[in-house]
Design a protein around this ligand. Sequence first.
Ligand code: NI
Length: 137
Amino acid sequence: MADLVRFGISIPAPLLGRFDALISAAGYPNRSEAIRDLIRNRLVEAAWEGGTGEMIGTLTLVYDHHVHELGDALTGIQHQHHAAILSTLHIHLDAHLCLEVLVLRGQVPVIKQISDALIGMRGVKHGKLTVTAGGHL
Ligand code: NI
C-alpha cells in the first residue's frame, strides 16, 4: 500500500451528517474508506469520459437466441475483437433467453466500439457495460 497522507476537510455539518448516515448504511467502517472509494470512482469516470488509456469493462447482454442469425453475428463480432475480449460466460436463462457476460480490456474507444456494436444488435434485449480501471488506482 502507498504511504498514507492525512488532510483536513471543511464541510457543512448537515452535509457531513447525511454523508455519515449514507456510509453507515452502506457498511463502511470509517469516513476514510468511503472517501477513498468516492475518489477512485470519480477517477474511473474521468478516465472513461476522457476517452484515453486502458480500461477493463464487464458487458452483460440478455438476448433471444431465436432471433435469426443473432448468435452467429454476436460470435462474429467477438472473434473480430478477440484480442480485447479476455473471457465470456454464457448462461441459458430459459428456453428463449441467453445471458452473456464479456470481460473486455483495451483502450476506451475499443471497449466502447465493441460494447455499442453488441448492445445495438437486433434481438439483444438488454445490455449494460460497467467499467473499471484495473489495479493502478
Ligand atoms: Ni443460450
